[in-house]
Design a protein around this ligand. Sequence first.
Ligand code: G4P
Length: 520
Amino acid sequence: MSDKRPRRTFAVISHPDAGKSTLTEALALHARVINQAGAVHGKDDRKATVSDWMDMEKARGISITSAALQFVYRDHVVNLVDTPGHSDFSEDTYRVLSAVDSAVMLVDAGKGLEPQTLKLFRVCALRGIPVITVINKWDRPGLSPLALMDEIEKQIKLRPTPLTWPVGEAGDFRGVLDRRTGEFVKYTRTAGGAERAPERRMTASEVEDVDADVWAAAMDESELLSLDGADHDQERFLGGETTPVMFASALQNFGVAQLLELLLELAPGPGATAGVDGTVREVDDAFSAFVFKVQSGMNSAHRDRLAYARVVSGTFDRGMIVTHASTGRPFATKYAQAVFGRTTSSVEQASPGDIIGFVNAQALRVGDTVYDGDPIDYPPVPSFAPEHFMTATAADIGRYKQFRRGIEQLDQEGVVQVLRSDLRGDQSPVLAAVGPLQFEVVEERMKNEFNSPIRLSRLDYQVARRTDADGARELAGTRSMEILQRTDGTYLALFTDKWRANKVARDNPDVLLEELPAGG
Ligand code: G4P
């Protein structure tokens, strides 16, 4: 029998240190965890549930894997897909956003919007993913709530529509005003946030433990917001025009239950999805899923390959034989995991919105579709603007064949983007990445998996714009830039900085120089 419980599949987008790990742990504490999939980044002595599949990863205590945490809350199944986001920021961080239906933007009350959050937000905006904003660390001194709302509106052009409003300034957290019910939700400090914080609700006339003027100030500001039209509107939220906002302290577990309630109430569940040819698959149709991440070399003892897929429609039953859309070949799903990393527990069944990992999935690539029943092929996962560039050469020229094979494989897996030009030749392609850690992964795997150690040398470019064959011809020979071609045929113009990119665009108004998603 298939599992009909409603799904919520979301990711947390934030800048390092905003409290994502803390929030993830707090969410897990509030809910009943079904599968924990290396979702929490290990930090120092904190509980590390990181999949330590590479020596490099072990040494640093970080997770390179994008994994997922699945839990049940009030008879909903919630899938929290991890967005690696510390020093391991990479293209995968963006790709996982293709697997979610909504995002929680976690903002440090003391810092406001930070660069990595903005980058991830842009990907959400591009994909039309609705965003709920959580202002975290309200138990610490920070910015004024109205200033934060202003910043959100200015920087990301979403209208903030606070659902709760803090009572007491940042650092003097008394609780929140539930703007929809007018109730006061009292903040209770728990020792180290180790337990679920009890949330006590009181009507306006019952409010206690708060000075009259502090409560009045919150009510006043809330009214100002209403007069300004900053109230929640579900349609505008789903349409990507507004972002509901709530105030929290993840460390103290305050606001965590509220966030779960909001996810259940407001965030969209899985919906019908269109294939490249416009065919629409309803969630109740036959099984289909798409691969949003592929990972290899997790176990140096044997070559394995894990493909992470999001179920789009139907019920997945382990063992079913599905069709691989890009080759038309059958694909056996005998080895499917719900839990990633090193754990071996296998998934028996999965529903739309769930994330499954296919083991030994040699044939599957990022963006691939697998299906049962009528054919369907979902659009490719877009690639994003790289900001780091290196040339790669085989350290041992005698191993050039291995070098070529390895680079080709890593390119296909999407570990890095591989760029070439006639000028540079095939001996030293340019590797392009969103985050520098991607290069380390390449170095490690080229050495250990393909037996071809490489030499990397940094290039001075930071900005890539998309152009075409005409553009490549027109711009050939222009100073301080270079045109290279990606394996998928896309021409990229690389510049040292955006000022130069803008100048070249101004000087050549007829040449296509398009910004890529999430480009700096
Ligand atoms: P990240 O995954 O987004 O990088 O953030 P993480 O949860 O690791 O949190 C970063 C720091 O912020 C941690 O402190 C954490 O305890 C703290 N923090 C998270 N949420 C809150 C909050 O609501 N209030 C306050 N006051 N602090 C919060 P740390 O000193 O780096 O680590 P630790 O030694 O406390 O574990």
